[in-house]
Each structure stands twice: as C-alpha cells, then as structure tokens.
Design a protein around this ligand. Structure first.
Ligand SMILES: Cc1ncc(COP(=O)(O)O)c(C=O)c1O
Length: 422
C-alpha cells in the first residue's frame, strides 16, 4: 500500500492533454476526470480486503465502470444507485457482496428492489431490521452503528453523535440483536462511518468502538467495515491520512477479533472522496470581470448548480486560470469568483457561514478559463437545474484520449417530465 504523497495540482492539464484543448471541444462549464488518478487511489487501499466505493461521491456510469474493472465493489444509498451499479455489471449478490445498500430508511422502491434482487443491506435503524425481517426472514445483514461520536470536514458532513440521524445508536445494539433474532436475520457485518473528510485522530477512535460492538455481536460476523471519511488535501497546508498507520490500526483490531471468534474476518473500507476528488476538475469560462468598490469579481459560467460545495460547506477548492487571450499579463489580483445564478450566494470563494472572501489569481481577460480543482467528489452528483441551468457535460481522459461520459443536458431533457394541464 503506498500512501499518497504528491499534492493534487495538475494545473491546466490532465495526462498531457491541455484543458484548453478540451474546452475547444465541449462548451463550458464541464467536468473532466483523470482515470489514472482514480485507479491510483483504488490501488492505494489494496491492503484492505475490500474497497467499496461510496458512489454518492460521483456516480457517473463510466466512473463506476472504472471502479468495477479495478477491483472495487460499491455502496448504494438509493434505488437509483443500486440501478447504476447493476447497469455497469455489478451483480446483486456475491462474496463479498458486489452491491451493499446502506441507508437509515427503506423507501418503498428500495425495499422492493433489495427484496427482489437479494441485495445485502447495511441497516441504519431498528425499523429497517423489522421491515426487512418481516418480508425476508433468514437474510444476512450488516448493522451500521453510530458509536456516539462523529467528525467531518464540516458539521454537515459529521455522521456520528446524538445529533446525527445516521446509524443505530451504540447502546441500542442489544435491542437490534433481539429484533434480528426474532426474524432470524443473521448479523454478518458491522459498519461505522463517522463523517466525511475527517482526520486520523477521529478515524482511529472508531477502531476501538468497532471492537467493542463486534464483541457484543459475536462470531456470526464475517465482515467489519471502517466506513469512508478519508480526507484529501484541498489546501496546501492540509495532508493525507497516513494510510499505512490507519490500516495497521484496523488490522490489529481485526486480528484480535479473529482470535476471539476463531475464524477470519474481512476488513472493508468505503471511501468516496478519496477515490475521485482529485481526479475531477470543473472547467468554466470567465464571462465578466467587474470592480465593485474595492472588490474585483471574476464571473464565470459555472455556478453552485454545478458545484455546490462552496455554498453548502464554505469549501475551499484550488483554482487556476488558463489564459486563452493573446494579451499576456503577469500580475496577480485579489478576486471574488462568482457564478451566473440569480442568487447572491453563488460565490466560489466563500467561507463557512457564507462569508465572501477573495483569492489571489492571475489577472485574467474575458474568455480565459477558470479551472476548479479537486472537484471530482460531491461535484457533478450534486448538480441541479436551479435557474433552469442544464447539468454540465462530463469528460473522461483515459490513456491520453478524451471521452464524453455525460452529454450536457438539453432543454428537452430538462423539461421532459413536466406537463401543462389542458
Ligand atoms: C455510509 C457512508 N459511507 C461512505 C461515505 C463516503 O465518505 P467519504 O466520501 O468521506 O469517503 C459516506 C459519506 O458520507 C457515507 O455516508
């Protein structure tokens, strides 16, 4: 297992393909992903027995297909995500389960699909056990435990503790085991995921909580899952988690449990962000440059309908400018970067709480490109049609060739399900 060491900034090109060349082919805004980077990231985690991609981070079929072809399996949190996994050839059952449905509720369609296909379920509430047990007694299940603490890069991505809606509260485990017994459900997996974009200190606490819960469940377990949450550096002062140290913590716990249970245990990891964040770039064009009092604004043709992380979390994304204009300038400018939406929060340079900040970027001209980096995770998947903006195109660079993996949405597609009553 190699710990990722280099910082992510590819600056203006992916695998020798200048981003300007892509922009000549597809109208901005668009996403572009570097396949090689995703494969590298999957391979970083190969010490774990199973790398289960949390597809919520980026669920384009081509990205799922890359994961499948490189030995990862998938987590699905909705009917749509199960259908996506099936569409690229993951089968419903297998060992390890190629698709695991992880949620805190069954809506009607997901329950129907899970029952019909025999998909392994990671239950995040006691009610899920009852609903599954009533319809399909005898199944194997995983329990997602909320260990009573959580941590994320933002309060909104913290998925543990008593204010989080996720998982089965740790002290309810005994009751859940009783429900499982009532319906003859076999608890073969335990799972904990305390938040997205957390750190080693918090991730390490999960190991102890898992060991404790696993001893309570006992030897019916065949799998423990460390969940996701691995951070990536969005800013130069941030760093990766020491993957080797992280694996060793889990491996040691796994071995202690194995010697208690007298059989082997599978160790899963469930990353989303780590696999795809640095592989993705959002490319936009600067369409207006204006000065308002002391503030300079670069207004681009991508907005929070394309990348919501800044408005949702105050997230920082590295940005670079690709100059298409003939006129060269060398200066830097403190600028506010905004999008096209009729909404004052449509600003890419903002901090948590919506406080606008500036970024030092090169002096640019109209028509220059703004490349927003580390945008592969929780980027395109959170795209919306706000202001009737179409979903952006997505491109993939594979072996130096460019593939369109999602066409830009058309107006007809955007309005296809809408009807005017007679
Ligand atoms: C259950 C579960 N697993 C995995 C993940 C992936 O998290 P990350 O993208 O931080 O690895 C999430 C996201 O919050 C999640 O809810």
């Amino acid at each position: 297992m190699s710990a990722a060491s280099s910082h992510h900034l590819l600056r203006n090109q992916i695998a020798d393909i200048p981003i300007s060349q892509l922009a000549a082919k597809v109208n901005t805004p668009f996403y572009v992903y570097d396949e090689q980077k995703i494969i590298e990231r999957i391979n970083d985690l190969k010490a774990f027995d199973v790398v289960r991609y949390a597809q919520k981070a980026c669920s384009n079929l081509a990205i799922l297909d890359i994961c499948r072809r490189n030995g990862a399996v998938v987590d699905a949190v909705s009917t749509g995500e199960i259908l996506r996994a099936e569409a690229v050839g993951f089968s419903a059952s297998g060992d390890p389960s190629p698709i695991v449905y992880t949620a805190d509720i069954f809506d009607l369609s997901s329950l129907e699909l899970v029952l019909d296909r025999g998909i392994h379920t990671n239950c995040g509430s006691p009610d899920m056990l009852t609903q599954l047990g009533q319809k399909a007694p005898g199944r194997s299940i995983t329990l997602r435990i909320n260990p009573g603490f959580g941590h994320g890069h933002n309060q909104k991505t913290n998925t543990g503790g008593s204010q989080s809606k996720h998982g089965i509260w740790h002290s309810e485990l005994t009751d859940c085991l009783r429900i499982a017994e009532k319906y003859n459900l076999r608890v073969t997996g335990l799972h904990m995921h305390i938040g997205s974009g957390t750190d080693l200190e918090h991730l390490a606490q999960v190991v102890t909580a898992m060991e404790q819960a696993a001893r309570e469940v006992g030897s019916s377990l065949d799998t423990i899952s460390a969940g996701g949450g691995l951070p990536i550096p969005y800013q130069t002062e941030e760093s990766y988690v020491d993957l080797e140290a992280y694996f060793q913590l889990w491996d040691a716990a796994r071995k202690r449990l194995e010697s208690q249970f007298g059989h082997s245990l599978r160790l899963e990891i469930e990353p989303g962000r780590y696999l795809v964040a640095e592989a993705g770039f959002l490319v936009a064009e600067i369409r207006a440059i204006k000065k308002m009092d002391k503030n300079w604004f670069y207004l681009v043709d991508a907005g929070f309908n394309d990348l919501a992380r800044p408005i949702l979390y105050g997230s920082h994304h590295p940005m670079t400018i690709y100059r298409r204009s003939a006129e060269k300038t060398n200066g830097l400018r403190e600028v506010i970067v905004g999008g096209p939406l009729c909404e004052s929060g449509d600003i890419f340079t903002q901090k948590e709480g919506g406080f606008v900040c500036t970024r030092s970027l090169p002096e640019a001209q109209l028509g220059d490109l703004l490349i927003i980096e580390c945008a592969g995770a929780y980027g395109a998947v959170m795209g919306s049609n706000y202001n009737s903006k179409p979903l952006a195109a997505e491109l993939l660079v594979r072996d130096g060739q460019v593939f369109t993996i999602r066409e830009r949405q058309t107006f007809a597609q955007m309005t296809a399900a809408e009807h005017i009553p007679d």
